[in-house]
Design a protein around this ligand. Structure first.
Ligand code: DGY
Length: 337
């Protein structure tokens, strides 16, 4: 009888779903939420055929250097900047992610954050909880409307399109910028108009970032980009922290160059830039955009399917894995998420 393949599961996920891996593999399950450094990841991968990892685990050339049996890495997440896909592909290792299943949940949350920034929801709650509310105040905590305003979306993939579709219920005009312009039927469906990068920043009343992170997109939202925005505008980031220069953002929020912002992602996660923490006109959440119970379960389910399929393990390998393919990324022409 041939030896069973072995897989590493880097974090506790949902046991009842991960249990499906036990039907096919010997599973090494990390029992508690853990921060794995590079050496720990390398040691865990040294002796396994496959791995189920989250965005907390960086897997690159160094981590796979001694992983001679490794054939598949299944990422539980649509964003995969934690994986060096080129290094994995160079070694013939399949890398997969979990698109689609989180699209609507993440779009919901992007919309929620944008509304919270525009209407100062968390700032108002802090005000109330701090006992500062002295009575109904006609001009207190005034915000900006979403209805009838212009929404800008940078990165018009599945999630960006989901946000655009939601915007029509709010009677918003939707502008977008993307690496490639969408086909006319999708633009029509999303009621979205394609504009260039500068125009997007200049025209948006509410700008949402939904583009995948790559080295080319690092700090694509810098002081120069922020300076193009209207001082009454809001900025929401549900993509990856590295897309925004947080120091430039803190400056813009502190000096009135930008009305407010909402961030679900941070450059140094889980550390948050103290200058952002000190500001009132910003909504801060701990990377939870895809975090509904149903969606987090669906992500694990798909990642488990992907790993089974990529390792060709038995009849349950019923669907093809969702492999990550890499394209050329251009800083001013963001791709899709
Ligand atoms: C993703 O899937 O990329 C999210 O950021 C993780 O929830």
């Amino acid at each position: 009888m041939s030896e069973r393949q072995k897989v590493w599961v880097s974090q506790p996920l949902f046991d009842d779903i991960v249990a499906r891996l036990h039907d096919h593999f010997d599973v090494v399950q990390v029992p508690e939420v853990s921060e794995h450094d590079s050496a720990t990841i390398a040691a865990a991968l040294r002796d396994v055929d496959g791995a189920l990892v989250t965005l907390n685990e960086r897997v690159g050339a160094k981590e796979i250097a001694e992983a001679s049996k490794l054939r598949a890495v299944a990422n539980v997440g649509v964003g995969y900047n934690n994986l060096d896909v080129a290094a994995l592909h160079a070694r013939g290792i399949v890398a997969t992610n979990t698109p689609d299943v989180l699209t609507e949940t993440t779009a919901d949350f992007g919309f929620a954050l944008m509304m919270a920034a525009a209407r100062r929801v968390t700032e108002a709650e802090r005000h109330l909880r701090a006992g500062k509310w002295q009575g109904w105040n006609f001009k207190g905590l005034l915000g900006a409307d979403l209805h009838g305003s212009t929404l800008g979306i940078l990165g018009m993939g599945r999630i960006g399109q989901g946000i655009a579709r939601r915007a029509s219920g709010f009677d918003m005009r939707v502008l977008y910028h993307n690496r490639t312009r969408l086909p006319a039927d999708i633009e029509r469906d999303c009621r979205a108009e394609y504009v260039d990068f500068d125009m997007l920043f200049a025209r948006a009343d509410h700008l949402v970032l939904v583009l995948p992170y790559s080295a080319e997109n690092h700090h694509i939202v810098d002081a120069a980009a922020l300076a193009k925005m209207q001082p009454t505008a809001t900025l929401t980031n549900i993509a990856r922290g590295g897309i925004v220069d947080e120091t430039a953002l803190a400056d813009a929020l502190a000096n009135g160059r930008l009305a407010s912002a909402a961030l679900d992602v941070f450059e140094g996660e889980p550390t948050v830039n103290p200058r952002l923490l000190a500001l009132d006109n910003i909504v801060l959440t701990p990377h939870i955009a895809s975090g509904s119970l149903a969606t987090r379960r669906a992500m694990v389910d798909l990642a488990v399917d992907n790993l089974i399929a990529a390792l060709g393990a038995g009849p349950d390998a019923g669907h093809p894995p969702t492999p990550i393919s890499t394209g050329t990324k251009d800083a001013k022409r963001p791709g899709t998420a």
